[in-house]
Design a protein around this ligand. Sequence first.
Ligand code: AMP
Ligand code: GLY
Length: 420
Amino acid sequence: MNILVVGGGGREHAIIKKLRENSAVEKIWALPGNGGIARDAECAAVKATDIEGIVDFAKQVKPDYAVVAPDDPLVMGCVDALTNIGIPCFGPEAKAAVIEGSKVFSKNLMKKYGIPTARYQTFDNMDDALYYLESAPIPTVIKADGLALGKGVIIAETREAAKDAVTEMMADHKFGASGDRIVIEEFLEGPEVSVLSFTDGKTIVPMISSMDHKRAGDGDTGLNTGGMGTVAPNPYYNDEVAARCMEEIFLPTVRAMNEEGRTFKGCLYFGLMITKDGPKVIEYNCRFGDPETQVVLPLLETDLLTIMQAVTEERLGEIDVKWSDESACCVIAASDGYPLSYEKGYEISIPDGIWPYVYVAGAADEDGKLLTSGGRVLGVTAVRPTLSEAIEASYDMLDEIEFANKYYRADIGQRALKAL
Ligand code: AMP
Ligand code: GLY
């Protein structure tokens, strides 16, 4: 069994390591992968957004199966293109990936089908948006419609900041065409929970819940990042919340996408806020989260490839998906200065014993040396019987990994520990 994986970050490394646990898996290609992934897969220099290049590569190597992990290729129709040349794929078609690709689409979907989310207005005209902000409740949340590398959401604490955000998106085109339409929505409060799920459009199987740490600094201060660490399970996601999410959010979303003729098959990610009025959807992603995947997949006991193929073949209902009852913690080591400017090209040393627990996000291989090449460099995940043990073990491993300008948050998991 030979598999093609599209993507090249820590999430893809976690998917590849998990797929490797299946002894039927022989070859894995990663497009483009990275210097760390290259130790577990064959990497080729084809960008994840180069759909034509991916199709050409697939025609050459003829994989038995493909996994498309990042948002852009999914929204651009990578799964459609690979399916067209006869390669079975894990991931939604473009018409279903729009649930992440357009916030206007997803907000309207939730409104139409009564799925709980923040109240909102959509705008395609800047003057109308600015006029609305004259009397909108503050704080308010401004969101670019399209993909914006996770930076298209602005929480505005003042009316001025809200207007600036709208002007940057709609007049200055800070996010290109992604900001031509915007959503202005109600500011919600409460703990956040990430729930990834497997769905084939008939059955939905939520994975273990997790908690991301998006801000760069300790105590949730500083700029938003792609995620500085994760823990699973998330203590705020108790049985009662889980049952409500299933009835009020997960099943209605799957049915709504079917009704719209946009059946979603793949990993559907629910970004949830547990408000005093119950769980609400903050965002949908059409893919595995990063770095959520790095704590969720290590807790998965059922074979990942078996589940993925069942999703593709629409027989997920036949699979008994089992999870460990332990806890996981992933701490990200970044280049100091991330998410703004940072230096790269520093050698990374990782003791062999720790390698199985490392997921590389931004590193290049130069003559056998692993050099930092990105903002987020790698994550290290520990799985232990309790959350506090998992936190301690992941930091212990991180201590043994060395590179110049290594930066990490010291408090990953502390909020979850307090909630327990
Ligand atoms: P997103 O890119 O949609 O994940 O949004 C980034 C972050 O902004 C989320 O993880 C939340 O912390 C925050 N956020 C988004 N929408 C809202 C909202 N309506 N109220 C409060 N915070 C929000
Ligand atoms: N960690 C958040 C995301 O993957 O969008």
